[in-house]
Design a protein around this ligand. Structure first.
Ligand SMILES: Nc1ncnc2c1ncn2[C@@H]1O[C@H](COP(=O)(O)OP(=O)(O)OP(=O)(O)O)[C@@H](O)[C@H]1O
Ligand SMILES: [Mg+2]
Length: 454
């Protein structure tokens, strides 16, 4: 704004100065034109004849003229050996250094070869002049009529306007700065509130929320920010819970290992037994750690890498792998005969988990069926066992990590309760889910319901 206002003031000044220039030009042209006219047509009022004496011509002409303010009309006549004699009007000028008191300037103008010009007198200021010569002899004219104009006063007016404009601009600038300051402060106040609230948040205390007022953009920002805090709080809580669970689960095998080692005697057979038990627990621990790492990885976007897969082939592969898990009556029930985009490694991983559970909840000779089908455009892969099935109160919780059902066989299974969480994570990665159904004739059926990833 300051630059714009200064530019306006400067432009106005230069336009005014140019106007002064044009006006002076017009004035000079007009006065010289009048004199030229007079030379051509004027007659001496005394004799009624044309003028023969340039002195008389200038006198008569000057008597009849009236000079504008800042303007001087002078007649000059050549004198041998000195500057030109001058004839002026009787009127006093208000100019500081008039031409009729400046013989040097007069001589310069009289001798000048052109008919107009500008004199920049070092002590007298600028002077614009025009002259009409009467009969020139060699170097100098016989006589000349000179119009001189002192533009200083007019230029000073332009400068005055410039200064007034600058003053007004300054006041306007101060006023608008004040108003802009106040308005910006009001607009930014809610932003400051948001910022302060954000600054007060710590990892430990994510419970703070920003107050939402009204329906403007700032309110929307606060709302978005609060939503982000909700998600962050949930994520942190989930993470804390995860770490708590993991720590708790890992502590048990560590306690067992420590107990065995502390109680170990010198008897070789007892030692052998302890080593076997400890190795068992360590295996269990390393499986838990591996499973936890897998679950943590499930949060990453590249957890699932879909590729075109023949469902029939995939089902057959899973069946072959499952069969090695235990002596059961394995059956390949049905296979979907189509192609889909899935991650075959992850699907196999999930199905093996389900098959493992089925083996754990059946005894040799019991039937376990593996199969796949496509219904309503959704892919279903399932493992159906003929074991005791899942109790109704467990159906919801068994999919959560570290959760085991109540109908366990034996006091403590080797499982950590992570298998179904992994299955569920893999299903979610395929934008699908895992469902628990009852097998006809008793038992549990776990179904992976997936969506084609194309
Ligand atoms: N086929 C099944 N029949 C009956 N109950 C089952 C079956 N599969 C799972 N469950 C129940 O669900 C619980 C959780 O299973 P999950 O696979 O998550 O853990 P786990 O088998 O105990 O341990 P992990 O799989 O980590 O070794 C089991 O403890 C069991 O109670
Ligand atoms: Mg399991």
């Amino acid at each position: 704004m300051a630059v714009a206002l200064a530019a306006v003031a400067a432009t106005t000044r230069s336009i005014l100065l140019r106007d002064v220039d044009h006006r002076v030009d017009r004035l000079l042209t007009q006065e010289t034109g009048e004199f030229t006219n007079f030379v051509d047509r004027g007659v001496d009022p005394d004799t009624g004849e044309r003028f023969s004496d340039p002195r008389r011509l200038l006198q008569v002409f000057l008597e009849r003229q009236y000079a504008d303010p800042g303007e001087e009309l002078i007649g000059l006549v050549r004198r041998e050996g000195a500057g030109p004699a001058q004839y002026t009007q009787p009127r006093e000028l208000s100019v500081r250094h008039p031409l009729h008191r400046d013989p040097g300037a007069r001589r310069a103008i009289f001798a000048a070869s052109g008919s107009t010009g500008t004199l920049n007198r070092p002590s007298g200021g600028e002077l614009r002049w025009a002259k009409v010569e009467v009969a020139r002899h060699g170097d100098e004219p016989e006589a000349a009529f000179v119009v001189a104009f002192h533009p200083a006063a007019e230029q000073a007016k332009a400068d005055d306007v410039f200064r007034i404009l600058l003053a007004i601009s300054g006041v306007a600038l101060v006023l608008t700065t004040g108003i802009a300051w106040a308005v910006a402060g009001r607009i930014l106040k809610p932003v400051r509130v948001v910022r302060t609230a954000a600054a007060q948040l710590t990892e430990q205390d994510l419970t703070r929320r920003i107050p939402v007022h009204g329906k403007d953009d700032i309110a929307a920002l606060a709302d978005t920010f609060n939503g982000m805090l909700d998600r962050l709080e949930r994520a942190f809580a989930a993470q804390r819970e995860f770490v708590d669970d993991a720590g708790h689960e890992l502590r048990t095998p560590i306690t067992i290992v420590r107990g065995h080692l502390e109680l170990m005697g010198d008897d070789p057979s007892e030692r052998e037994e302890t080593v076997r038990l400890v190795t068992d627990e360590l295996d269990r621990m390393s499986r838990i750690v591996e499973d936890l790492l897998l679950l943590a990885k499930a949060e990453r976007p590249d957890f699932i890498r879909p590729e075109p897969v023949q469902l029939a082939e995939l089902t057959a592969d899973v069946f072959v792998k499952a069969r090695t898990l235990g002596e059961r009556r394995w059956e390949l029930a049905e296979t979907a005969d189509s192609e889909a985009r899935l991650d075959p490694q992850r699907i196999t991983q999930a199905m093996v988990q389900l098959a493992q559970n089925a083996v754990q909840h059946t005894v040799p000779g019991q039937r376990i069926r593996v199969g796949s089908r496509v219904t309503d455009g959704r892919i279903e892969l399932y493992v159906a066992d003929s074991g005791p099935g899942v109790q109704a109160q467990d159906a919801e919780v068994i999919f959560e990590r570290f959760r085991r059902g109540t109908s366990r066989r034996g006091a403590r299974t080797s499982g950590a309760g992570l298998g179904l969480s992994i299955v569920r994570a893999i299903a979610h990665g395929h934008r699908g889910e895992v469902r628990l159904r009852a097998t006809e004739g008793g038992g549990a059926t776990f179904v992976l319901v997936l969506e084609d990833q194309t």
